[in-house]
Design a protein around this ligand. Structure first.
Ligand code: HPA
Length: 237
């Protein structure tokens, strides 16, 4: 079997998927964290790998950037490959003074102004919660492993707001919301999980901040990324 964007066989994909945005990050995770990783998708270079972590079968599959891209991959994985749970492991920005670069955020739900929901189903949804049960596993694992986690609502934007000339004006689009992070995919993933009765969660490393302008070494970035990947993997076993 294959879909419009995935060439894998049905049995090639595990019921639990970790989903970074970047295909090369999927490769990095497979090569550094999984046992016996097998490349199971190469269409459009949107790499997917299936292997095991501490004996548990898991697929790592990239989403690409933005709601349209993650919308396509999460739809096909949930609908045609019987995937039950997807955990996005991405990066985000923040407008919150108390959140520092390299902090890890767990999104309890994503607020979004996109037209995606209206086009897809003729509905008008502004906010979608992530899976309570996945979030509980992630929070319990973080507590057990002494990992600091910032837990709260996030925003999914159709633009990379870093390039927005007037940040105040952009921020004013979301007046009532106390939100921890901003990124471009979570709403699309949570939307598909809700639509297809599946589960989704989203972990993000903060890489851009309006206030914390430290420049980071590649070691610092890698360490924070590895911690988030490990947290996601430990949460599903
Ligand atoms: N904004 C939106 N998406 C992002 C950001 C950001 O600052 N950083 C990484 N993804």
């Amino acid at each position: 079997m294959a879909t419009s964007h995935i060439e894998s066989k049905l049995e090639d994909i595990a019921p639990i998927v970790l989903m970074p945005g970047d295909p090369l990050r999927a490769k990095y995770i497979a090569e550094n964290f999984l046992d016996n990783p097998k490349l199971i998708n190469r269409v459009r270079n949107m790499f997917g790998y299936t292997g095991t972590y501490k004996g548990k079968r898991v697929t790592v599959f990239a989403s690409g950037m933005g709601i349209p891209s993650i919308g396509i991959y999460s739809y096909e994985l949930y609908k045609f490959y019987n995937v039950e749970k997807i955990i996005r492991i991405g990066s985000c920005g923040t407008y919150d003074k108390d959140i520092k670069v390299l902090d890890v955020i767990l999104s309890t739900g994503a607020y979004c102004k996109s037209y995606f929901d209206e086009l897809f189903d003729g509905v008008d949804i502004d906010f979608i919660q992530s899976s309570d049960s996945l979030n509980r596993s992630i929070m319990n694992t973080a507590k057990r492993d002494n990992i600091k986690l910032c837990v709260g609502k996030t925003i999914t934007s159709d633009i990379f707001d870093v390039y927005c000339d007037d940040k105040e004006r952009f921020r004013d689009n979301f007046p009532d919301m106390k939100f921890l992070g901003i990124e471009m995919e979570a709403f699309g993933l949570f939307y598909m999980a809700r639509k297809l009765n599946k589960e989704a969660a989203c972990l993000m490393t903060v890489v851009d901040s309006l206030y914390d302008k430290r420049s980071l070494s590649s070691e610092e970035r890698e360490k924070s990324l590895d911690e988030m990947i490990k947290l996601a993997l430990e949460s599903i076993i």
